[in-house]
Design a protein. Structure first.
Length: 639
């Protein structure tokens, strides 16, 4: 109805009340006058007319207002009830006995109930056992005291049995005595938020690949274990694990296979420990195990042996059966250290000692290891300074043809002359250079310096002989290795056909597909290739026909006793025979006696190098030897 129509209705309604009142009072006046015998005149009706009309109008207006107020109150109540039930929030109202007498539709929708299944039931019927106990012991006493509660964490149970997490806020009505009566409650479903928080926590504290605790959570748990061990006067063991040759598996089979192996290792490690212990992944192929409440080293030995045995079982990856082993370093609280960082560092040191022992074993930390680590760090610092201060130099050992006695090649050998310590043997620093990565800069310096010197000898008119340079494993696998070779050859102007790179068997077998590609790239450039210390590595002869080698270097350990040890003699004979069949050249290193020379010459070994002819010498001495060789041209230098 429009506002204008409403006004017209009200006017007509008022007129009706006015006329009805006026008529009624005039009628009463007529009866009264007749009864009293008073004559009926128009004047006698004026007062009753207006008084009756106005009085009736007042009553009508009051009734109209009362009716409008009731209607508005009913409309308000209907709106509230509709808002209560339709609001997208979980609402319920309970009486003083805890029974529900009103719920919102969203409440029913979330929990999956019909209204008749809820009304009259106790709220506790819809809470988990844990939340019932929490409400009874903690929340309700506070609610009855304060009259309200806010953001109370509860677990509610759906009709399906699924548990959801909610926050409950409630306010109670109080009677004249201040006692709590009915209460209204607002519930917020925070299940998804809790799930998201758990996911964030998982990302922050757990390794995404294996699901194991990461370094942050591991350190926290180790601190707790140390605190408990301190209170109970017990010991804690740290097992630091590193997978053996994981890089070779990762590179040859791909990162997907490597990830599968890491997941498998994680599951196997979890199966080796108690529920009270912790296994974590620190990164890469490094894992750590915290064993709490141990009594002595025997407990740690048993755990380490169990882990090694479990991990050594074969696994199948990329349709291949593989054997994955690990090296384990062990440190103990409080014997080795009393804090997280030191315990982990000591276990790491012991792990490297286990690798040096041959892998697939364990080692306990000792102070001697710590001393060795400090010495290694000091050596690393001195190596960096040596490269910066030009303390390195090259020595050259000639290689001779066994038949003609002429110099056919030179091997460039790295030497270190320390200003205080004097000559430092290569065995004392090469390994540290490999481990620290310094070998990359040192190796590049060796190759460039050797090529410069060899080119200088050529320019001086000396014979163009082969230049042999050792390549480390770290160098060979660098992505820019080929580019580095190209750059040095271009900068020095040295003929690539005179450069021979020597690699050990362990290097070429680390990642066969990539090795073949790299060696092929070198051969395309004309660079010669040699296998150094042949027979001491993988002892596999089959790879010789797959790799484009030019030369085999017989290891010194086979040459040393070649005239007195039948097995060494047989090995050398086998090597020369295979090389001849495959069209490979052979050179023996470490020749120190004439008897060794005669044996090698008799068994078709083409070349030699060793103390029998000359020790490694500085460039100046090698220049003199070249001059002597040229002066007696045609003379066999072995005689």
């Amino acid at each position: 109805m429009s506002e204008e129509n409403a006004i017209n209705v009200r006017i007509l309604y008022g007129i009706g009340w006015f006329l009805s009142g006026a008529a009624l009072l005039c009628l009463l006046t007529t009866f009264q006058n007749i009864f009293q015998g008073i004559p009926l005149t128009l004047k006698s009706y004026i007062v009753p007319f207006w008084f009756g009309g106005i009085s009736a109008l007042a009553i009508g207006l009051w009734e109209m207002k009362l009716r409008d107020s009731g209607r508005k109150l009913q409309e308000s109540e209907n709106r509230f009830r509709n808002l209560y039930q339709k609001t997208p929030v979980m609402l319920h109202s309970i009486d003083r006995t805890g029974r529900i007498f009103s719920v919102s539709d969203h409440w029913l929708e979330v929990l999956g109930y019909e209204r008749e299944e809820v009304i009259g039931k106790k709220l506790s019927d819809f809470l988990s056992l844990q939340s019932r106990r929490y409400a009874r012991e903690t929340v309700l006493p506070e609610f009855f005291r304060a009259g309200f509660v806010k953001d109370i964490p509860y677990q509610m149970v759906k009709k399906t049995g699924e548990i959801i997490h909610v926050l409950v806020s409630a306010t109670a009505e109080r009677d004249r005595n201040g006692e709590c009566g009915n209460s209204q409650t607002v519930i917020i479903d925070v299940t998804e938020r809790r799930r998201a928080e758990k996911e964030i926590q998982k990302l922050a504290y757990y390794d995404t690949l294996t699901g194991l605790p990461n370094r942050i959570l591991f350190q926290d748990r180790l601190r707790q274990a140390l605190a408990q061990a301190h209170r109970e006067r017990k010991q804690v063991g740290i097992l630091f694990l590193d997978l053996d040759r994981f890089k070779a598996i990762n590179d040859s089979l791909g990162h997907a296979a490597g990830d599968m192996l890491l997941k498998l290792v994680a599951r196997r490690l979890q199966g080796c420990i108690r529920e009270s212990d912790t296994v974590a992944r620190l990164g890469g192929d490094e894992f750590v195990v915290v064993l709490s409440g141990i009594h002595n080293q025997d407990d740690l030995i048993a755990s380490a042996q169990k882990i090694l045995e479990t991990l050594s079982r074969p696994v199948r990856l990329a349709e291949k059966e593989l054997f994955s082993t690990a090296s384990i370093g062990i440190s103990m609280y409080p014997n080795d250290a009393d804090n997280v960082d030191s315990l982990l560092k000591n276990a790491d040191v012991a792990m490297y000692a286990a690798k040096e022992k041959g892998r697939n074993t364990y080692q306990f930390f000792s102070e001697e290891m710590n001393v060795q680590v400090v010495e290694k760090l000091g050596l690393e610092t001195r190596l960096r300074l040596a490269l910066k201060r030009d303390e390195f130099y090259l020595a050259y050992q000639p290689q001779l043809n066994l038949q003609t006695g002429k110099i056919t090649g030179l091997e460039a050998l790295l030497r270190w002359r320390h200003p205080d310590a004097g000559q430092v043997p290569p065995l004392a620093f090469i390994r540290v250079a490999e481990e620290t990565g310094l070998i990359l800069a040192i190796g590049e310096w060796v190759l460039r310096t050797a090529c410069i010197q060899a080119k200088a000898w050529q320019d001086a008119g000396f014979p163009s002989v082969r230049l042999a340079v050792n390549i480390s494993g770290r160098q060979f696998v660098q992505p820019d290795f080929i580019d580095m070779i190209d750059t040095i050859l271009k900068q020095t102007g040295f003929d690539p056909n005179l450069l021979e790179l020597e690699l050990t068997e362990s290097i070429v077998m680390e990642n066969v597909p990539d090795t073949i590609m790299t060696l092929t790239d070198l051969k395309v450039r004309g660079v010669r290739l040699a296998i150094d210390d042949f027979g001491t590595g993988y002892s596999s002869l089959s790879y010789l026909k797959h790799f484009p080698f030019d030369r085999i270097k017989i290891a010194q350990e086979f040459v040393r006793d070649i005239t007195v040890d039948p097995e060494d003699a047989a090995i050398v004979q086998a090597i020369t025979g295979i090389a001849e069949t495959l069209g490979l050249e052979v050179i023996a290193e470490g020749v120190e006696k004439k008897e060794q020379l005669d044996f090698l010459r008799l068994n078709r070994c083409a070349e030699m190098q060793g103390f029998y002819f000359a020790r490694p010498m500085p460039a100046e001495a090698m220049t003199g030897l070249f001059q002597k060789s040229m002066a007696g041209e045609g003379v066999n230098l072995l005689h």
